[in-house]
Every structure is written in structure tokens, then in C-alpha cells.
Design a binder for this molecule. Structure first.
Ligand SMILES: CCCCCCCCCCCCCCCCCCCC(=O)SCCNC(=O)CCNC(=O)[C@H](O)C(C)(C)COP(=O)(O)OP(=O)(O)OC[C@H]1O[C@@H](n2cnc3c(N)ncnc32)[C@H](O)[C@@H]1OP(=O)(O)O
Ligand SMILES: Cc1cc2nc3c(=O)[nH]c(=O)nc-3n(C[C@H](O)[C@H](O)[C@H](O)COP(=O)(O)OP(=O)(O)OC[C@H]3O[C@@H](n4cnc5c(N)ncnc54)[C@H](O)[C@@H]3O)c2cc1C
Length: 664
């Protein structure tokens, strides 16, 4: 007998070819097929079960993580999975683990900052997981201010070694994932000191634990920093603390691509910019943008499917009540998030291209695009994670009371996701980096140096400062060039206004500090422009499949116009549009929501998430929500007994006392 599909009617309404949309979402047919195969592999494996995760104690959760990581590694070896498939498998296992840092930061740090000899020595061991590494940069006293780190690595020419030391309490390494209980090695960031001179922060490969007994090596104190936000969630990760008491490592364990220390103890700075020491962060920020689209898509998939099942009010003549997805307020909260998931997917694709391009240039000693790559990765990491974190919470509210249940999947998704706003660079700190880059670009506008890449629009500042939006009717807002010009004009006008205000300060740094809230807004406007423009560029491509391009055009317009509506103050105050044109944009937005509505379920089906990965009763594919919620409730350990533990000690005496009091 065929299983019931509560969404069948919704699926029939779709006006586009779902299979083709799945390919667009995955990036290519090949990606789709790989990802689909790996997702099913994980979903069908009982070791990767995760429905009981939030009930586990920290110790049990951690052991479960080790078990899953070991099993994942076995599957990767047995099935001879490629690096790409292995990464997919780890992400579908969906449990933060030391392996994220080993593959995601330790190996990239060695690859990006190590010499070829260091690659030859360390990478084969790391690839085979004969050593496991983490990325130990942040300290108890400093995270954002990397140049303020206190751990020292002092060169001793007598022994040809570095002496690693934690001189103060605040110099203790604090937060690195995988450090607390697992890593045998770390790339440690410390101040390099030679001949009494401080050369700033550099990376060093340091062994932390014995490879036979896993015990900390002499001079090393290491442990876990404790429970974090939420149940389950990021508590599967052993974020750690680490102190060095004059730990000795050989000279050749300093990562020496950017600068070197000779046998005599001479510090040599190569032609490579010192910012390359920060290269791993650029790499990870880029991956975080793609991950944002996945997390956002996941929350939106849950909220959309549930909104189609849930009915409240409006029954007529005893007929069914209204599906909550048909309420305009629900649509105006949900559909912009759906559009944002697609928008972040495409900007993530583009950012991956940008990162690959800058990496190839760096290999050829062309460092010209590094500042832009830094600004784009920093800004988009910040913007996409902030939006996604807020969106997950919004999706929880969109699911009403049931969204608050752990088995909706949303509380744990929120808890696991929100630290992305902090790690790999606090989002405000990163936006200020973007603002610096923009102010520098504006200051060079008169110099004849033509802005390129994502700031090319500033080269048309003269036009953008005085252009007038030509929208007269709601449908005029559907013209891509109209949308793009409005976003460009807003970004350039906000930038130039801030630059002018900065010019009033005698000390530019004082001005930057004073105006930093405005500068953050400028950076956000610029990042939103990037996302809108990359979505529009995507639509220039040949996109096959009945109705697929049309749906993407609708989503792109929803994305852009909801931003315009949300930031109407900016657009009107800078004179880019009139209040009436703002009202027309809102009118058009309502019409667009009506066009999204029949396609909503199919648009989230296109993410191709398995029920295992979604981990949500409210978001399950067949929509059989109520029966599953009811069955699940009985699985809670509190329901193992009819009368709860503690009744005799604590409840009964009160109840009896109540009876006695009543009798008095
Ligand atoms: C190979 C297999 C791959 C397998 C993949 C496996 C899949 C996994 C996917 C990946 C998942 C990863 C796991 C996720 C979990 C991550 C856990 C989180 C880890 C961490 O949090 S690590 C710690 C991160 N810490 C930070 O981000 C600190 C933030 N602070 C900074 O970055 C900098 O200090 C700051 C604030 C940007 C700059 O401070 P400032 O003091 O002003 O800077 P400097 O004086 O040092 O330099 C100024 C100068 O440099 C430019 N700059 C700054 N940063 C960069 C950079 N990154 N790149 C290029 N240029 C940079 C800056 O703009 C200034 O330029 P000027 O021209 O103005 O001088
Ligand atoms: C779950 C998790 C995992 C992590 N994993 C790792 C890891 O594997 N390896 C590692 O090395 N680190 C790791 N970290 C540390 C992380 O990178 C830092 O916490 C992060 O970079 C933020 O730095 P901070 O904690 O010093 O924040 P702070 O800089 O102290 O931020 C506190 C507040 O001050 C504000 N602020 C700071 N500077 C400025 C400024 N210049 N202007 C305006 N406002 C400012 C911030 O916006 C924020 O509101 C992890 C952190 C978390 C939460």
C-alpha cells in the first residue's frame, strides 16, 4: 500500500520541473547525484541515528560523536569515497565534531601557510588521520584582536627550537574545537620572538598528546571548557583550553610560507603579504556562507511544510480551516526567508569561485585581489549568518507552539547555528573590516584608480549619486536594471555620506570609532547589493527545465523587494527612491507572494533533504505531523512510568499536607 502523502495536493500545484530545480540547487547534475547518494547512505545507517541526541548527557553525547566519527571514517575508507564525498558524508552526519576542525582548519592552515617540505611531512599523516589536529588561535583574553594574542614562541638558537609559553592566565588558549579531548596536534598561533624582538603572530605545528597513550605531553595542560548553549547542539564538540609551560618544538614546525626564521635566528619576511597568516579564516568564512544557505533552507523547509499542514480558523460550512500558509502575514514572514535561502546558495557558489580564483592568483604570487576576497568573505559571512540565525528563530515562531518542541528540530538547529555569528570572526568586527575597505575605495575615487570587482559600481558614483528611480507602477519593480540601480545607488550614497562625515574628524581613527554604527550599516548595504547582483547574474545563465527560471525570477524579486521594504528608510533618506515608489515595491511584493504560494512546497522539496537530515517531525516529507507528534511524545523517558520518580519523596507529602490543611 502506498504511504499517505499529506502534501500530495500541494505538490501537484507546482508550476515548475522539480528535478531540474534540484539540480540548480545542488549546483550541477553531478553534485546532485553525489549528494543524493551520500545523504541516503547516511540516512539509512543506524549508527548515524540522531533522534535521541538532545536527551544524552554530555559524556554520552561526546562518546556518541566519537563513535559516529569513527564509523564515518570506516565508511569513507571502505567505500573509497572521494574527498568531496567524504565532506558531504560528514555534513549529512550532522553532528559537530573534531573532524570539522581537522579537515576544515588544521589541514587548510598547513596547506595555506606551510612550505612544500612541511606539506610533505605533515599532510600525508593528517590525510590518513594518523594525527588529528585543531586550530588553536583564540585565547581567554583575546579572540577578535588576533594581534593581541599573548602566547609566545621564543626562538632558542642554542637548540634550534621554539619555546612555547603561556605567560598569563589570559594567554590560555580557549575555544578551539577538537582541542579539549581529541586532538593530538594543533596549529597554534603565538607571538614569534627572535633575539628579543617581537615579530607578531605566526602559526606553529605543535604536538599536544602522545600518539600511543593520548596523554598530554610534558608542559602541556589541556581540557574541555565546559557545556555550551542548548541541549545536544554544539556540545558534541570538545572546545578546549590549553596552556604551555615552556614547551619545546623544532624550528621547522613554524609554518614558514609567509615568514621564516633561519638557523641563526634571523627573521625573514618573504614577498608574501603577512595577512596570509589569516588565510585559513578566509577559506572557512567562504564555506560558512554556503553552509548558511543549507541551514536556512533547512529551517524554511520545516516551517513551509508545517505551515501547509497546520490549519487555524476560517472553517466555512463545516469545511476545513485555513492552512496557515495562506495567511498573508505568514507568507510575508516565510517567503522572504525562502527567497534568502536561494539567494545565499547562489552567492555562496560565486564566493567559492572567488576563493578559488584568489587561491590560484596567490600561488602565482599575484596578491592584488586579496583585500577584496577578505572583504567579501568577511562581509558575506557576517550578513548570511546573522540573517540565518534570526531566520531559524523566526521559523520556530512560524511553527507556533510545536516549533518549541525539541522534535521540531528547530531549537537544536538554532543552538548549533548561532555561534556562527561569533566564531570565525564576530559579525560586527567583520562588517567593520568591510567598512574600512569601502572607505578606502571611496577615498581613492578621485585618484584615477578604477574600482574593480564588487566595488566596480563605485566607479559610476557620479551617475549613481544623482540618478532618479523611474518606477511609476508596481510592475516596474520587476525590471532587473531598476532593482540593481536602486541597490547600487543606496550603497554608494551611504558610503559617500559616511566618508564625508569621517572627513570632519581630525583623527580618522577617532572618526571611524565614532561613526562605527553607521559604518556597519554601510557594510550591510554593500553586502546586500552583492547578494542581489549575484542572484540577478545567476538568472542570466541558461537555466533549463519547465518554469524553473520563472520561479527563480520570482524568488529574486522577492529577495530584493523585501530588503527594499525592510530598509525603506535608507532608500528614501538617500533619495534613491520616493516614499511612493517604496509603497509600489510593497504592492509588488504582495503580488509576488501570491505567485510563490502554489510552488512553496515544491521549492523546499528542491533542497532534497532526507527526513534524517531535517530531523524534524514538523518538516517530515509526508506531512503526517500529528500522528508522529503523538507517537513521539510517548517515547519521552518521562513517560516510561505512569507515576514519576520523586512522587513519593516530593509530591505525595505536599499533596497529603494539602489534605491535612484542608481538614483543619
Ligand atoms: C581540505 C579539505 C576540506 C575539508 C572541508 C571539510 C568541511 C568542513 C567545512 C568547514 C567547516 C569548518 C568548521 C566550522 C567550525 C569553525 C569553528 C570556528 C573556528 C574559529 O573561530 S577560529 C578563530 C577565528 N578568529 C577570528 O576570526 C578572529 C577575527 N579577527 C581577525 O580576523 C582579524 O584580527 C581582524 C579583526 C580582521 C583584523 O584585525 P586588525 O588588528 O585590524 O588587523 P591587522 O592589523 O592584523 O591587519 C590589518 C590589515 O589586514 C587586512 N586583513 C585582515 N584580515 C585579513 C584576512 N583574513 N585576509 C586578508 N587581509 C586581511 C585588513 O583589512 C587590514 O588591511 P589594510 O589594507 O587596511 O591595512
Ligand atoms: C562555538 C565556538 C567555536 C569556536 N572555535 C574556535 C576554534 O576552533 N579555534 C579558535 O581559535 N577559536 C574558536 N572560537 C573563538 C572565536 O573565533 C571567537 O570567539 C571569535 O573570534 C570572537 O572573538 P571574541 O570571543 O574575542 O569576542 P570579542 O571580540 O570579545 O567580542 C565581544 C563583543 O565586543 C565587540 N567588539 C570586539 N571588538 C570590537 C571592535 N573593534 N569594534 C566594535 N565592537 C567590537 C563584538 O562585536 C562583541 O559584541 C570559537 C568560538 C565559539 C563560540
Amino acid at each position: 500500500m502506498e504511504a499517505l502523502d499529506y502534501h500530495a495536493e500541494e505538490r501537484r500545484k507546482a508550476e515548475f520541473n522539480l528535478d531540474e530545480m534540484k539540480i540548480v540547487w545542488a549546483g550541477s547534475r553531478r553534485n546532485y547525484e553525489l549528494s543524493d547518494r551520500v545523504a541516503r547512505l547516511v540516512a539509512s545507517d543506524p549508527v548515524f541515528r540522531k533522534d535521541n541526541r538532545t536527551m544524552l548527557t554530555r559524556k554520552d553525547l561526546f562518546k556518541d560523536t566519537l563513535r559516529k566519527a569513527a564509523h564515518a571514517w570506516k565508511r569513507i575508507i571502505d567505500l573509497r569515497l572521494s574527498e568531496e564525498e567524504a565532506n558531504m558524508l560528514r555534513s549529512y552526519v550532522d553532528q559537530p565534531a573534531f573532524t570539522d576542525l581537522h579537515w576544515g582548519m588544521f589541514i587548510p592552515a598547513i596547506k595555506g601557510q606551510g612550505t612544500s617540505e612541511q606539506h610533505e611531512k605533515w599532510l600525508p599523516m593528517a590525510y590518513k588521520m594518523q594525527i588529528i589536529g585543531c586550530y588553536a588561535q583564540t585565547e581567554l583574553g583575546h579572540g577578535s584582536n588576533v594581534q593581541g594574542l599573548e602566547t609566545t614562541a621564543t626562538f632558542d638558537p642554542q637548540t634550534d627550537e621554539f619555546d612555547l609559553h603561556s605567560p598569563t592566565l589570559t594567554s590560555s588558549k580557549w575555544w578551539p574545537g577538537g582541542l579539549g579531548k581529541v586532538s593530538t596536534h594543533a596549529v597554534v598561533y603565538a607571538r614569534l620572538i627572535t633575539g628579543g624582538q617581537d615579530h607578531g603572530v605566526h602559526g606553529f605545528i605543535v604536538q599536544l598528546r602522545g600518539l600511543d597513550d593520548h596523554l598530554p605531553l610534558p608542559g602541556i595542560t589541556v581540557g574541555d571548557i565546559g557545556m555550551k548553549f542548548g541541549s545536544g547542539a554544539y556540545n558534541s564538540m570538545d572546545n578546549g583550553l590549553l596552556r604551555f609551560d615552556h614547551v619545546r618544538i623544532p624550528r621547522n614546525q613554524m609554518l614558514m610560507r609567509v615568514s621564516q626564521v633561519t638557523r641563526e635566528g634571523k627573521f625573514v619576511q618573504s614577498d608574501v603579504p603577512r595577512q596570509l597568516v589569516y588565510g585559513t579564516m578566509v577559506y572557512v568564512r567562504q564555506t560558512i556562507v554556503s553552509d548558511a544557505s543549507c541551514a536556512l533552507a533547512r529551517a524554511v523547509c520545516i516551517a513551509t511544510r508545517y505551515s501547509a499542514v497546520r490549519r487555524q480558523f476560517g472553517s466555512q460550512n463545516g469545511g476545513p480551516e485555513i492552512q496557515v500558509i495562506d495567511y498573508k502575514t505568514q507568507q510575508s514572514r516565510l517567503f522572504p526567508l525562502l527567497a534568502s535561502a536561494y539567494a545565499f546558495r547562489f552567492v555562496g557558489e560565486w564566493l567559492k569561485w572567488l576563493y578559488t580564483d584568489v587561491t590560484q592568483r596567490l600561488q602565482a604570487n599575484d596578491f592584488s585581489t586579496l583585500p577584496e576576497a577578505h572583504a567579501c568573505t568577511a562581509g558575506l559571512k557576517s550578513m548570511t549568518t546573522s540573517v540565518t540565525a534570526d531566520a531559524i528563530e523566526e521559523c520556530r515562531k512560524l511553527c507556533g507552539g510545536h516549533g518549541y518542541l525539541s522534535n521540531s528540530g528547530l531549537p537544536e538547529l538554532f543552538a548549533v547555528y548561532i555561534p556562527t555569528c561569533t566564531y570565525e570572526g564576530d559579525n560586527v568586527v567583520l562588517l567593520l573590516q568591510v567598512a574600512r575597505f569601502l572607505m578606502k575605495t571611496v577615498s581613492q575615487l578621485g585618484s584615477g584608480k578604477k574600482p574593480v570587482g564588487t566595488t566596480a559600481y563605485m566607479g559610476r558614483a557620479e551617475h549613481l549619486m544623482q540618478c532618479r528611480c523611474e518606477v511609476e507602477m508596481a510592475q516596474d519593480w520587476l525590471k532587473p536594471s531598476t532593482i540593481l540601480e536602486a541597490f547600487e545607488a543606496r550603497a554608494v550614497r551611504m558610503s559617500i555620506a559616511c566618508a564625508k562625515s569621517l572627513g570632519k574628524f581630525s583623527n580618522p581613527e577617532d572618526g571611524f570609532a565614532e561613526l562605527s554604527p553607521d559604518l556597519v550599516e554601510v557594510a550591510i548595504a554593500h553586502c546586500q547589493l552583492i547578494v542581489v547582483s549575484k542572484f540577478l547574474e545567476k538568472l542570466q545563465q541558461d537555466i533549463p527545465g519547465k518554469g524553473v527560471k520563472r520561479q527563480l525570477e520570482i524568488l529574486c524579486n522577492v529577495y530584493a523587494l523585501h530588503l527594499l521594504h525592510k530598509h525603506l528608510g535608507d532608500f528614501v533618506a538617500t533619495g534613491c527612491i520616493t516614499p511612493n515608489q517604496g509603497a509600489l515595491a510593497n504592492e509588488q511584493l504582495r503580488l509576488l507572494y501570491a505567485q510563490v504560494r502554489p510552488n512553496a512546497i515544491a521549492l523546499v522539496d528542491a533542497f532534497n533533504y532526507t527526513d534524517h537530515y531535517l530531523g524534524s517531525i514538523l518538516g517530515c516529507y509526508d506531512g503526517n505531523v500529528y500522528q508522529k507528534l503523538y507517537q513521539e511524545a510517548w517515547k519521552d523517558p518521562l513517560n516510561d512510568t505512569v507515576v514519576p520518580d520523586g512522587y513519593l519523596e516530593y509530591l505525595r507529602p505536599i499533596l497529603k499536607q494539602h489534605i491535612r490543611t484542608a481538614r483543619l
